[in-house]
Ligand binder design. Structure first.
Ligand SMILES: [Zn+2]
Length: 368
């Protein structure tokens, strides 16, 4: 085999070793083309075989070390303590074996799918009056403890029931004392619209002050005893207008028929993102997936599963089979990894600052 092909092959193999499978496959293809051009069909065949074997071996893996932006450390034992979640699991025909036994079991599932890190959170409904939400969910301290035990695998988010009398203080404690990196809201679970000025706005204000992202449920939900009018994406437009520098991720892209609404909100607001969780790749609308290749959405779509309700390995087995090439190589890197990192590292775009820099006369106290 000539040197140029040999070099490409070495690069391909080291990409696979580094778990950058998509890059590895592309390098294999280049090597095979070079070999074919050199009429070295024996080596070309051997490489093709090696490539096919790698694809089979890594068929449940993300194309590169991925960050799952929405995963629940929900164990089988938790289901029995949580009526709305139990009914959701039953409705979605979730088999008991999809749930991990413990946090190490969850990490094993991440490894099977080449998921390097997962954003994890509980669901605080402690101030709700409905009996079904009185049960004890995972606390913010437990989430912080999982992160402490596995800091290289988890990013912890807070969950705060906006109706708690100490909601803002609890959020601040989660960030400053527990080192949680964002907050998750589920408006349907707390019977509030996300644009509720009394309960939600003080929390958003604190998020802007702390410069942390908010992830919030949008679209339909399997969570029983809830109303989905609260999670219609359109209500988030008010939030984005009133808090122009709030980093806001619409979880589940408005799933259940409202993805067009979710997309139109992310389209117009520089700090609004969409997450892909809660759906098999077969279910995610193709127009959303193709939009992720355009400049308007490429930096704003983040991959997530909603594990364990959507299995990590299963997600990628479907993706690799059905739509491995729907994203460009650049989009893959952003959607599966870089956008989630940027969300925690970068400052939000500030429309008023942009105008000020351009010399516009903006009132000093203007915030929107
Ligand atoms: Zn979820």
């Amino acid at each position: 085999m000539k040197k140029d092909a040999e070099k490409l092959l070495q690069e391909a193999r080291s990409a696979l070793d580094a778990k950058y499978y998509s890059d590895g496959y592309a390098l294999f293809k280049q090597a095979i083309d070079v070999l074919k051009n050199q009429d070295d069909s024996a080596d070309a065949d051997r490489c093709t075989e090696e490539l096919e074997e790698a694809k089979k071996k890594y068929k449940t893996c993300a194309p590169l070390p991925a960050i799952d932006y929405h995963a629940h450390p929900t164990f089988l034992s938790n289901l029995k303590e949580n009526p709305p979640l139990f009914m959701a699991a039953k409705h979605f025909r979730a088999k008991p074996d999809i749930f991990p036994k413990d946090i190490e079991g969850m990490i094993q599932h991440m490894d099977e799918a080449n998921i390097e890190k997962a954003v994890i959170m509980g669901l605080d409904t402690s101030a709700q009056e409905h009996w079904a939400f009185k049960g004890k969910g995972l606390s913010n301290d437990q989430i912080a403890d999982f992160v402490k035990r596995h800091p290289d695998r988890f990013i912890g988010y807070a969950s705060v029931d906006p109706k708690r009398s100490d909601a803002v203080e609890e959020l601040e404690r989660c960030v400053k004392e527990l080192d949680l990196k964002g907050v998750k809201f589920h408006p349907s679970a707390v019977n509030l619209y996300p644009n509720d000025e009394k309960y939600f706005y003080p929390l958003y204000e604190k998020c802007v002050e702390l410069n942390i992202p908010v992830q919030s449920h949008s679209g339909t939900t399997g969570l029983y005893f809830t109303k989905i009018k609260y999670t219609m994406p359109i209500h988030y437009d008010d939030v984005a207008v009133d808090f122009p520098t709030l980093k806001l991720v619409l979880l589940h892209f408005g799933i259940g028929g409202w993805h067009d609404q979710a997309m139109s909100i992310a389209f117009r607001h520089p700090n609004v993102y969409l997450d892909l969780s809660g759906a098999s790749p077969y279910i995610i609308p193709k127009d959303l997936l193709f939009a992720a290749n355009t400049p308007f959405f490429q930096d704003k779509v983040v991959f997530g599963t909603d594990y364990p309700f959507v299995g990590m390995a299963k997600w990628f087995a479907t993706y690799n089979k059905a739509i491995p090439d729907i994203f460009t190589e650049e989009t893959k890197k952003k959607v599966f990894r870089e956008n989630a990192i940027a969300l925690h590292k970068k400052s939000p775009v500030s429309p008023l600052d942009i105008l000020r820099e351009e010399g516009f006369d903006i009132p000093k106290d203007a915030i929107r």
